[in-house]
Design a protein around this ligand. Structure first.
Ligand SMILES: C[S@@+](CC[C@H](N)C(=O)[O-])C[C@H]1O[C@@H](n2cnc3c(N)ncnc32)[C@H](O)[C@@H]1O
Length: 310
């Protein structure tokens, strides 16, 4: 199966109008922001998460659309040019359109070129499924098996690796744990490898739930995890020893008081997805809620906080 990829480099101000239109004529649209825009836009952390860090446009944005091999690509390109020509887009003359054909198999193999086993912490090692046979691990290594073709949460983002370090240092087999915003399920898999068996993983996004289930199967922990869609801790009624959430600062902020309520005394709240600028506000709120700050890790502008219910 072949795909036509059409990549449109343009101003950020054109994003909404152009992507709205492209969504109506294609099989999928993805937006790549330059790093400068990403730094300003905290809200698209999830987008940032899904991108290959080496693949950001140097400026502005790149909107990428895909058409399957049966599409009339010249007709589609004409439709795009007509739309650009007849709508009030910024810097219209600078909009750059590039097309290429992608072989689905090549695409799969592209991933394999860039994704290799790597150590995230003292014991956790992320191993792609195709390297399991060859990987020479140490006796005490804990392998998190993931297939990056299945979207985000591969452990190479600083927020995930900092959370995994905190999971490794904190989780004990008797702990009851909830992982809010589980994504690929990576943090729950880490907790399971530390021996925890009373696990719950939630996400607001159905696709994440599907991906997490596949990864739980791959890591033989599916029977020990209750996996559900959910919005933060809003519908939770149980008590936990550890709450983990790697989302966004303002979303973490929304769940601090619920996290305090849902934790047992001495329980841990491991929170990440927080940019450095938002750290003090989150720490203040946690302290006001009754938490003691046990540890703060920082990496590449991101912060992870381990707070304990006093
Ligand atoms: C950055 S990913 C983290 C994935 C994984 N836990 C990790 O650390 O690699 C954030 C996840 O939070 C989910 N999310 C965002 N808002 C949420 C909400 N209100 N309730 C539950 N999950 C949410 C997103 O769908 C996404 O899967």
């Amino acid at each position: 199966m072949k795909w036509h990829e059409v990549s449109i480099h343009t101003k950020e101000s054109n994003e909404e109008m152009l992507s709205g239109f492209l969504n109506t004529i294609s099989k999928g649209v993805s937006i790549e922001h330059s790093l400068d825009i990403l730094k300003k836009k905290i809200d698209n952390f999830d987008d940032k998460y899904r991108l290959d860090p080496t693949d950001y446009p140097e400026s502005d944005i790149r909107i990428i659309v895909y058409f399957d091999e049966t599409a009339d690509i010249s007709g589609k390109l004409q439709e795009i040019r007509d739309f650009i020509g007849s709508n009030p887009l910024d810097a219209r003359d600078d909009i750059n359109i590039i097309t290429r054909e992608i072989d689905e198999e090549d695409w799969e193999n592209e991933w394999k070129k860039y994704f290799h086993s790597f150590r995230v912490s003292e014991e956790f090692v992320i191993v792609p499924s195709w390297e399991l046979e060859d990987y020479e691990f140490r006796e005490d290594d804990k392998l998190i098996k993931l297939d990056p073709g299945m979207a985000f949460g591969t452990g190479d983002h600083p927020t995930t690796s900092m959370c995994l370090k905190m999971v490794e240092a904190t989780v004990k087999p008797h702990h009851k744990i909830i992982d809010v915003g589980t994504g690929s399920g990576i943090l729950t898999i880490g907790a399971h490898l530390m021996g925890a068996r009373d696990l719950k993983a939630t996400d607001i996004d159905e696709l994440s739930i599907k991906v997490a289930r596949e990864n739980f199967e791959l890591n033989a922990c599916v029977n020990d995890v209750v996996l559900e869609t959910g919005d933060l801790l809003k519908s939770e009624s149980g008590q936990y020893d550890i709450i983990i959430a790697n989302i966004l600062a303002h979303i973490i902020d929304e769940m601090i008081d619920d996290a305090y309520t849902r934790l047992n005394t001495d329980g841990s709240f491991i929170a990440s997805g927080i940019i450095t600028e938002a750290r003090d506000g989150i720490v203040d709120h946690m302290t006001r809620a009754g938490f003691e700050i046990k540890e703060i890790l920082e990496d590449s502008g991101w912060v992870s906080i381990h707070a304990v219910k006093g």
